[in-house]
Design a protein around this ligand. Structure first.
Ligand SMILES: O=C[C@H](O)COP(=O)(O)O
Length: 231
């Protein structure tokens, strides 16, 4: 499969930035997917870019003020949806069970959920990270077809901090995920990815791509990251 280079703009970006991203070049062996704030999603439908959302609701429709359903996202032309990002888990109390229901609904409507998991700093340093990750995997992916979602490993201590686990440490987590889920589920890494470390990350066996936050807000930097993952 193509390696997924996913831009999570979070609550950033602008109409101007979308215009700049129109110059993004397609690179063999990679698939760039832009996940802007939901209000900008319609602006991507007349571009050649693949795009996705940063969240969805677990119902099709109803009295859920401010929410967006997987059905709406599909209608706009989204192909992916990020679910269970640690910022949503901590800021909006999103549990593994909620993530699981959202992912099931996304799959039902033909979207590919990118299910985020990741350990805290304490869990890593007290050597409890494997247990924490396995628990998130088991609960968030329960009952989902393993080839229809992506797992994004994002250590919470790495997000926006400039700290990146060693390639060996990422490899250990990839092995752990594969022992649990088999090899049909694509695994990507997120956390302080930039144009300096992308080449090293691209060499990690079994890593199917990356989820980029801050460094995805500059088209030149993001293009360099994609280039580093060229087949
Ligand atoms: O979804 C992206 C991650 O939270 C990583 O963010 P970051 O690249 O700014 O560390």
């Amino acid at each position: 499969m193509k390696r997924l280079i996913i831009a999570n703009w979070k609550m950033n970006g602008s109409i101007h930035l979308i215009q700049e991203f129109r110059s993004l070049k397609k690179i063999p062996g990679t698939e760039a997917i832009i996940c802007p704030p939901a209000c900008y999603l319609p602006l991507f439908s007349d571009t050649l870019m693949k795009f996705g959302a940063q969240n969805c609701h677990h119902a099709n429709n109803g009295a859920f003020t401010g929410e967006i359903s997987a059905l709406h996202l599909k209608e706009l032309g989204c192909t992916y949806v990020i679910l269970g990002h640690s910022e949503r888990r901590t800021q909006f109390n999103e549990t593994d069970s909620v993530v699981n229901h959202k992912a099931a609904k996304a799959i039902e409507h033909g979207l590919t959920p990118i299910i985020c998991i990741g350990e805290t700093y304490a869990e890593r340093h007290e050597n409890r990270f494997e247990q924490a990750l396995l628990s998130q995997i088991d609960r968030s992916t329960h009952g989902l077809p393993r080839h229809q979602y992506v797992i994004a490993y994002e250590p919470i201590w790495s997000i926006g901090t400039g700290l990146v686990p060693t390639s060996n440490d990422i490899q250990t987590v990839i092995n752990l995920i594969q022992q649990r889920l088999g090899t049909h589920t694509p695994i990507i890494y997120g956390g302080s990815v930039n144009d300096k470390n992308a080449a090293d990350l691209s060499n990690i066996p079994g890593l199917n791509g990356i989820l980029v936050g801050g460094a995805s807000l500059n088209v030149t930097t993001f293009q360099s990251i994609i280039d580093a993952f060229q087949a």
